[in-house]
Design a protein around this ligand. Structure first.
Ligand SMILES: [Zn+2]
Ligand SMILES: [Zn+2]
Length: 382
């Protein structure tokens, strides 16, 4: 699977808007009908956009490095090539599909992530970090996401040794370490303790393989993590699940699974702190007379109508609706801010009647003074 982000020339943190604009400019550049066109490249860009513009498919790709359930290279090891099912359920029918895929490198590989006998490292295994796409309406109302995966735990019947019966390792005498002599100069020999490679430091040799785990030391079972997205949580919030990585023979305890909630934003909003920001494009007439703006995709799920009747607005003005923002940690709501973008009107000369009406409302310069100077010519609107 090619790197979809690289195909669009964006980072994995790119917003929906950045992805769309990268797609637009690249597909124009590489369209087969153009002199700079390249059909293969064009196809690649289209495929990348198809996946990355869909929050559900993007999450799957982010976690798994593929869109169809094949894992990133190098994992799983050959003995589990059929893959470990992993499902991601958006719940609540918000359009995040339930998808089954390999855990990939999200959790510790159940065999320690490699082929051959892993080296004992001891201590706690590494944490696994991953992003989970969450819709803004789910941040607003609260939501539960269920992650299902097969988790490996040390086999209970052999306590993770993989053996039903063992005997002491011969070469190291059961110590797990051997002394290595190395000449370092005339009549000088250095002695170093090295881990016995035959028993990997266990000091034991397997005589009879454990029937519980067939010697694999680990047993898999289905595990479900429930991620509770609560109102007041923020984009980028980390949700740790202590010790939920798979056990591995390399480490004494498994690492944590740390999920980062990444908001999937509709392009119409920006989320800053407790507040939402948006832009209202209004006509010149609306900037003078007032306007009503309807939001059908507010994260509350309700239609939001905002009205301005307060007098003339200039381009770049900011209006605020208290309580129209995101839930706060304390239980209230932030504000919805509207940046005013005034679309310039077509430039047409006023009729003398219109000029007189406007002058009666706005005041202004007397017509005799207007016609006294040299005429100006319209060039362009800024
Ligand atoms: Zn040994
Ligand atoms: Zn066992």
């Amino acid at each position: 699977m090619p790197d979809l982000y690289a195909a669009l020339g964006v980072t994995s943190r790119a917003t929906t808007e950045e992805i769309r604009s990268a797609y637009k400019s690249l597909s124009l550049q590489h369209h087969p009908d153009r002199p700079t066109g390249n059909e293969a490249k064009f196809k690649e860009i289209q495929e990348a956009h198809e996946v990355l513009s869909d929050p559900g498919r993007r999450s799957v790709y982010d976690i798994n490095g593929s869109v169809n359930g094949e894992s990133r290279g190098g994992w799983p090891p050959p003995q589990t090539a059929s893959g470990i099912p992993f499902s991601f359920m958006g719940g609540g029918g918000f359009g995040i599909p339930e998808v089954h895929f390999n855990m990939g490198d999200m959790f510790n590989g159940i065999f320690g992530g490699g082929v051959g006998k892993p080296r004992r490292r001891g201590g706690k295994g590494p944490d696994k970090f991953h992003d989970i796409g969450v819709r803004i309406e789910d941040f607003y109302k609260g939501h539960e996401i269920k992650l299902k995966f097969n988790q490996a735990r040390k086999c209970a019947s052999c306590e993770g040794s993989g053996a039903e019966t063992t005997e002491d390792c011969g070469p190291c005498g059961g110590a797990g370490k051997r002394i290595m002599m190395r000449p370092i100069g005339p009549n000088m020999i250095a002695q170093t303790h090295v881990t016995c490679e035959l028993c990997s430091g266990d000091g034991k040799r397997v005589m009879k393989v454990c029937r519980g785990c067939q010697g694999k030391k680990l047993v898999e079972s289905e595990k479900q993590l429930e991620i509770r997205v609560e109102p007041g949580m923020r984009d980028g919030q980390k949700v740790p699940f202590v010790g939920e990585c798979s056990d591995s023979p390399e480490y004494d305890e498994p690492g944590d699974v740390v999920l980062t909630l990444q908001c999937v934003m509709p392009d119409v909003y920006e989320w800053k702190g407790d507040d939402l920001w948006s832009t209202a494009k209004i006509t010149y007439a609306e900037s003078v007379l007032g306007f009503t703006k309807k939001f059908t995709d507010h994260p509350s799920g309700k239609e939001v109508l905002l009205t301005w009747q307060g007098g003339p607005l200039l381009h770049g003005a900011t209006l605020r609706r208290e309580g129209g923002g995101m839930p706060t940690r304390g239980g209230g709501y932030g504000s919805l801010y509207l940046r005013i973008h005034v679309v310039p009107p077509p430039v047409v000369p006023w009729s003398s009647e219109d000029a007189a009406k406007l002058q009666s409302v706005l005041g202004g310069v007397a017509a005799s003074l207007v016609s006294a100077g040299d005429s100006l010519t319209f060039v362009d609107s800024a």
